[in-house]
Design a protein around this ligand. Structure first.
Ligand SMILES: Nc1ncnc2c1ncn2[C@@H]1O[C@H](COP(=O)(O)OP(=O)(O)OP(=O)(O)O)[C@@H](O)[C@H]1O
Length: 254
């Protein structure tokens, strides 16, 4: 596997009691890119995502992370290797403040040792790092508010901050823009772009146009199979993609 491919699926298939939800999917995620997995309802996006993050076991096929076969590994062990799914480890506690939530995430043990912040690290350092992460996701004005008080878009930003606390090399986001209004979509998309600077992001999204400006590569799934792949300009003009989305009003000019 080429060095620039950080995550790869080979012939990935998943059957549920004879129903083929994912069929022979070959996917290559390039290091340092934002890669979106999109498709209409029931296309198999969540199933592929759950397979890649090891929440489901494939019926057939292989998953490689940095050239290493992780098909049989547990999600927590994959996280230790640097591939973290948002909300996997980074639960948000509604009654803790934004600052407390990020501090808790920073103190989470990673493997047998603490990740960034060893037990001897000063509280000041922990606090400073938490403030940096909060700033990175534009939550500084909300630092003292409880997570429960945050508007929807800000809550997603906090979830991204707590995931970033683990400093993942590959961050997997499950529909990070779902349920958001237009204002929140723009802000969250910009946030994802910012935090992608030195990492790889794979995200599942329903809607093609919202990932248009954000993704380097878009893989379109339909009925469990890859229908098209490439930059937005390429996939949005693909007649099969247009047909798959026909009537949904989702393919459009973003
Ligand atoms: N545990 C399961 N048992 C049986 N069938 C399943 C299971 N999980 C998913 N499926 C089926 O597999 C197909 C793909 O589902 P999946 O949730 O992966 O699609 P999706 O692209 O994420 O759809 P959506 O956008 O609606 O969330 C669907 O037909 C679904 O009904």
């Amino acid at each position: 596997m080429a060095d620039d491919i950080i995550l790869e699926a080979r012939g990935l298939s998943k059957e549920f009691k004879g129903f083929i939800a994912v069929k022979e999917v070959n996917l290559q995620v390039r290091r340092g890119t934002i890669h979106a997995l999109i498709g209409p309802n029931g296309a198999g996006k969540s199933t592929v995502f759950n397979l890649l993050t090891k929440f489901l076991t494939p019926t057939r096929g292989q998953i490689l992370y940095k050239g290493r076969d992780i098909t049989a590994m547990k999600p927590a062990d994959v996280a230790l290797l640097g591939m973290v799914r948002s909300f996997q480890i980074s639960a948000v506690f509604p009654h803790l403040s934004v600052l407390e939530n990020v501090r808790v995430a920073l103190q989470r043990p990673r493997g047998t040792s603490f990740h960034f912040w060893k037990p001897e690290a000063s509280l000041y350092d922990l606090h400073a790092r938490a403030e940096e992460l909060i700033e990175a996701v534009n939550l500084t004005p909300w630092a003292g508010h409880t997570a429960a008080e945050l508007p929807y878009g800000r809550k997603r930003a906090l979830e991204i901050a707590t995931t970033l606390a683990l400093d993942p090399e590959v961050m997997l986001l499950d529909e990070p823009l779902a349920g958001m209004g237009h204002e929140d979509i723009e802000g969250t998309a910009a946030l994802i772009k910012r935090v992608s600077a030195d990492r790889t992001i794979l995200m599942v999204e329903h809607n093609l146009s919202v990932v248009a400006h954000l993704s380097d590569t878009i893989t379109v799934l339909r009925r469990g199979e890859i229908l098209a792949e490439g930059a937005y300009d390429v996939v949005s003009r693909n007649p099969q993609v247009m047909e798959a989305y026909m009537g949904t009003g989702e393919v459009g000019h973003a």
